[in-house]
Design a binder for this molecule. Structure first.
Ligand code: CP
Ligand code: NVA
Length: 314
């Protein structure tokens, strides 16, 4: 049986090395090639995965169903309001029980400590499908997409403009693992959490990445090879601040004027969903530089790689 570098779980890039992430990118590339060529790749036949989503999802949830099916596995969606956790059963006991039935758990929830507690109580892999701290399945997809569109990571500059939150945190960790520069354009008061920033700085020292959080959007856009957007109001945790956030962030909208300030060969990426007239404009979304649907497809190839590497390793 092949030995993969992946850990038991995939809780975030904070817990992974650049070697482990690089291997996941290579597995995803191989699985994508097989999918494109119509070659069977049912490496996880007879496996069964549980999925719990405490927040809404189109890409993360459905790409997992498609990925598991193509790998020969089954995925079962467990509604949070139908689990006994909704009546107070502990995470530890829920994890211990699900571990007896399933080959892994894919979970979208609030705090990072929730996925960590499941992982501590399960022998099978726990995969983070988004928490407040990280969106690591998105980050693997983003690395795969940047590699496809730009050929290599060396010399690539990312300008990120959107909520400084899960997607941004994981992308920053991914960028600094591979020597990419990343300028995060954000209004005053929106900052990267210290645990992420400190790790990113350490990785940047090794890889040579230059990173910054700046209020100067033009500076962040200058020379950018990737312009990356995200919503300004993330699910479930800061939505009550929506009106304030729209006002704060409007100067950071990714529109055609912003795109002209980036490198002329820049691609436009977005984790989606985005909000037209807020974080992006229709002409950029549908324009020639947009790669958002190729990126969205890559969610499926990325999660296949995560499933194969964590399951076969475990
Ligand atoms: N990008 C992303 O995670 O999308 P969903 O919320 O639709 O899963
Ligand atoms: N930052 C966003 C990402 C959605 C994919 C959120 O947490 O809602």
């Amino acid at each position: 049986m092949k030995h993969y570098l992946a850990g038991k779980d995939y809780l975030g890039l904070l817990y992974y090395t650049s070697e482990q992430m690089n291997e996941l990118i290579e597995i995803a590339q191989d699985l994508k090639r097989k999918w494109v060529m119509g070659e069977p790749h049912a490496y996880l036949r007879d496996k069964a995965y549980a999925m719990v989503f405490e927040k809404k999802s189109t890409r993360t949830r459905n790409s997992f169903h498609a990925a598991a099916t193509a790998l020969g596995a089954q995925s079962f969606y467990l509604r949070p309001d139908e689990l006994q956790t909704s009546r107070g059963e502990s995470i530890a006991d829920t994890g211990r029980i699900l571990d007896r039935y399933f080959d892994g758990l894919y979970i979208r929830t609030f705090g990072q400590e929730i996925v960590e507690e499941f992982a501590q109580n399960m022998k099978h892999p726990v995969i983070n499908a988004l928490t407040a701290l990280e969106h690591p399945c998105q980050a693997l997809c983003d690395l795969l997409t940047i590699k496809e569109k730009k050929g290599d990571f060396k010399g690539v500059k990312i300008c990120y403009a959107g909520d400084v939150y899960n997607v941004c945190n994981s992308l920053l960790l991914g960028a600094t693992m591979f020597g990419m520069d990343m300028s995060i354009a954000a209004p005053k008061g929106y900052d990267v959490p210290p645990v992420i920033w400190e790790r990113a700085l350490k990785q940047a020292e090794v890889s040579g990445s230059k990173i910054e959080v700046t209020q100067n959007f033009d500076q962040a856009l200058r020379g950018a090879d990737v312009v990356y957007g995200n919503t300004w109001h993330s699910m479930g945790e800061n939505e009550e601040e929506k009106d304030k956030r729209i006002k704060d962030w409007m100067p950071y909208q990714i529109n055609s004027s912003a795109m002209t300030k980036a490198d002329k060969n820049a691609v436009f990426m977005h984790c989606l969903p985005g909000y037209i007239g807020e974080d992006m404009t229709e002409d950029v979304k549908e324009g020639p530089q947009s790669v958002i649907f190729d990126q969205g497809e890559n969610r499926m190839h990325a999660v296949k790689a995560i499933l194969v590497a964590t399951t076969i390793r475990s």
